[in-house]
Design a protein around this ligand. Structure first.
Ligand code: 3PG
Length: 307
């Protein structure tokens, strides 16, 4: 009997877990759950004899891959796979996949939740501002970026985007203004919503030079990854510009300093929660389970990311 481990330090919603278990029950697989673990050693132990693995932001290091003697497939129930050591997977012949698009709406909705919370002064009853007619720049026009564009239009915002991997016509057919460079996006838009992945090219790329160019009331909304921010540059711009705001679902390493000095211009979630909705968990979790069954039964490698 094939054995699947669901290792989620941040558990899926109960309905998603039920759905995932049903998919594997139908396939005749055994499921083992490892939720809310605090010790990586527990993960190493649990993965030892499994054929398949579902994770979220859990780190699949070379150590994990090497500890998993029977592992054939790991699926990241979500978009970003910067938490998986792809080289280690490839070396051991393990297929790594993600589930693109499945949790994107939840992430986009949170971006607006943080914006509203910030401009309505944490709902404290004092006078705030509105999103209508303001310019928002979507930095990377992928699955989340597209949902952000749709919601922004609903708020009556002027929507801009930059993505070197998406044709201008593709962006503009959605009623979004495509700009040629990151620099142009940042100097044009008061709000910037970040949707770039964390990789060698993007890490620390959102720096002082870029941030200082945002128009008055500049607000950086990060539902992507903390690693893409140059925190020194962020702190510098926060210090120099009393109008600058940083709203993030990924607490920066400089969180304490930010909260101590700029509490009214920052919003940080208690824990990364962009994808923490029942719907997103069901969509991504079930997709992951089905991808595992399709791979183990039929060799279907759609969504493989370590080709
Ligand atoms: C993703 O890459 O899909 C998001 O960052 C969601 O991450 P999570 O599953 O840890 O909430």
């Amino acid at each position: 009997m094939k054995k699947i481990l669901i290792a989620t330090e941040k558990p899926f919603a109960p309905l998603a877990v039920e759905g995932i278990k049903n998919v594997f029950a139908e396939a005749g697989y055994e499921v083992v759950m490892l939720e809310k673990y605090t010790d990586a050693a527990d993960f190493l132990k649990a993965v030892a004899d499994v054929d398949g693995l579902i994770i979220r932001s859990d780190n699949v290091t070379a150590e994990v891959v090497n500890a998993a003697q029977n592992l054939k497939i790991v699926v990241r129930a979500g978009a970003g796979y910067d938490n998986i050591d792809l080289a280690a997977c490839t070396q051991k012949g393990v297929v790594a996949m993600n589930t693109p698009g499945q949790n994107s709406n939840a992430v986009a909705e949170l971006a607006f939740g943080m914006m509203l919370y910030n401009i309505r002064k944490a709902f404290n009853g004092t006078s705030g501002t509105e999103l209508r007619d303001k310019k928002i720049g979507i930095h990377a026009y992928g699955n989340v970026g597209k949902y952000v564009a749709t919601i922004a239009k609903g708020f009556g915002m002027q929507v801009y985007a930059h993505d070197p991997f998406v044709k201008k016509e593709e962006i503009e057919k959605d009623g979004v203004i495509a700009v040629d460079s990151v620099a142009e996006l940042y100097k044009t838009c008061q709000y910037i919503s970040l949707h770039i992945p964390a990789n060698d090219k993007t890490k620390k790329s959102i720096n002082y030079e870029l941030l200082k160019t945002l128009p008055k009331g500049g607000t950086l909304v990060n539902t992507a990854r903390k690693e893409v921010i140059n925190e020194e540059g962020l702190l510098k711009v926060m210090a120099e510009r009393a109008d600058f705001n940083y709203l993030s679902d990924l607490a920066p390493d400089c969180k304490d300093e930010m909260l101590e000095k700029y509490a009214d211009r920052t919003v940080f979630t208690a824990k990364k929660m962009g994808a923490q909705t029942s719907e997103a968990n069901i969509n991504a979790g079930l997709a992951a389970a089905k991808q595992i069954v399709n791979f183990l039964e039929k060799g279907d490698k759609t969504f493989q990311v370590n080709k």
